[in-house]
Design a protein around this ligand. Structure first.
Ligand SMILES: Cc1ncc(COP(=O)(O)O)c(C=O)c1O
Length: 426
């Protein structure tokens, strides 16, 4: 019998990793309190729970003026609108990210200009970004991917030189710090998602951290149907509509859940960080595995997912086969995003959507090359579930044991993977 669970052998771990989201009676009480209050919705904006969430979240990240809203995609669109960026402007985004980072500029009417990533961090390559700047470039969106942070010193240096607005996509970076400063408080805006997989969640939701009260008031107007908002919160005049906006308000029920999540967050973040350091050490000894570089300026790491890379030749299999095998061994695992130029959304010749066809000169993705993002996405990146860290040292040991076991049986797995590829034509 094979040693590998995917080929019928015994699983490395039969015990389930802890579920996400974590909840208890506090969440139920918090939601019940809002239900009983009768104040469920977000209007007038902000409601009491939403205002409390804004305060507590900016305390958690260590700065910024927080504007809670419905998700971590509109946060970026709203940031662009609040900064006056839209039609005809270009916004630089990295090639390795969720599509939202590039579709948010499109929703604001701007053009996402995609650049490659740094192979050591998988975050935006700032030199590539510098080469992509034109007179139309108005903003840059560095993404803090998985458990990494973009080089914010280089990003801010580039932004100052070219007068760019910086929107940090912090969908994965709750609690992260760069030189002791909270992610999302370094640029002009920090965009956070509270969607259900994120390390702080209200089911769905988002928070935009703004550098100034003026930007926060503008963002609040955009998400509150265009009503003028006073600096520091509250509506100036409920009947006056000053800017084009829509209802992107967070509900009080969601804010209540996020507030309980904030109570739990510090202990969870500490455990993830400690266990990830333990994982770094254990994985650094595994043949064919590359632990991603930790920049010493990245002083606090957060772990939406733990990303490592393999050298498929040295490890013996491609990342898709490793992930499938790890999953069978009992570890939640994913190959990660596709490189941006492979998204159908950005290929007018394939896309069922009309929007990208509006910018044919920008969307000749067949001609675009992002070799570092392509290598990560197509061959080497492995994204492990953060639940592994919430299972303590045993959780990490099991995952490392499974990775080693797969490496030791790579030849057999590779053969089986080749047969499957032949059978299913992939
Ligand atoms: C990097 C990144 N940016 C933005 C988003 C969008 O967040 P939301 O799903 O809350 O719109 C996500 C969500 O998965 C993400 O991973």
């Amino acid at each position: 019998m094979s040693e590998l669970a995917i080929l019928g052998g015994p699983k490395t771990r039969t015990e389930k990793y802890p579920d996400w989201p974590v909840w208890d009676e506090r969440d139920i009480r918090a939601v019940a309190e809002v239900v009983r209050s009768g104040r469920w919705g977000g209007f007038p904006y902000p409601g009491p729970k939403t205002a409390e969430l804004a305060k507590k979240f900016s305390e958690l990240q260590g700065g910024g003026y927080a504007v809670p809203m419905i998700n971590g995609t509109v946060t970026m669109e709203v940031a662009l609108r609040a900064a006056g960026i839209g039609w005809g402007n270009e916004v630089i985004v990295p090639a390795y990210t969720f599509q939202a980072t590039a579709s948010a500029p499109m929703a604001a009417g701007a053009i996402p200009v995609i650049v490659d990533v740094d192979p050591h961090t998988y975050c935006i390559d700032v030199e590539a970004a510098a080469k992509a700047i034109t007179e139309k470039t108005k903003a840059i969106i560095p993404v803090h991917l998985g458990h990494q942070m973009a080089d914010m010193d280089a990003v801010m240096g580039l932004a100052e030189k070219h007068n760019l607005i910086v929107i940090e996509d912090c969908a994965h970076a709750h609690g992260a710090k760069w030189r002791g400063q909270g992610a999302g408080t370094i640029g002009h805006f920090g965009s956070f998602s509270l969607q259900s997989s994120k390390t702080l969640t209200s089911g769905e939701g988002g928070i935009l951290l703004c550098r100034t009260p003026e930007l926060a008031a503008k963002a609040a107007s955009v998400i509150d149907c265009g009503r003028p908002h006073a600096l520091g919160g509250g509506t100036e005049d409920a009947n006056g509509f000053s800017v084009m906006g829509a209802n992107y308000r967070l509900s009080e029920l969601q804010a209540a859940l996020a507030l309980v999540g904030i109570e739990r967050f510090p202990a969870q973040a500490k455990q993830r960080e400690e266990m990830a350091a333990y994982m770094d050490e254990a994985l650094s000894e595994v043949k064919g595995v590359r632990v991603l570089k930790r920049d010493p300026r990245h002083t606090t790491r957060s772990f939406y997912r733990y990303i490592f890379a393999i050298d498929p030749k040295e490890f013996g299999v491609e990342h898709d086969a490793l992930c499938a095998a790890l999953d069978a061994e009992g570890m939640g695992c994913w190959v990660g995003y596709e490189a941006m130029h492979n998204y159908e959304l950005f290929q007018p010749q394939k896309s069922r959507l009309a929007v990208p066809n509006a910018f044919p000169e920008y969307f000749e993705f067949g001609k675009m090359k992002f070799p570092e993002a392509a290598r990560a996405c197509e061959h080497e990146a492995v994204w492990l579930d953060e639940a592994i860290f919430r299972a303590g040292t045993k959780g990490v040991d099991d995952a490392v044991r499974a990775i080693k076991k797969i490496g030791a049986n790579a030849q057999e797995l590779n053969q089986a993977a080749d047969e499957l590829r032949k059978k299913y034509g992939n």
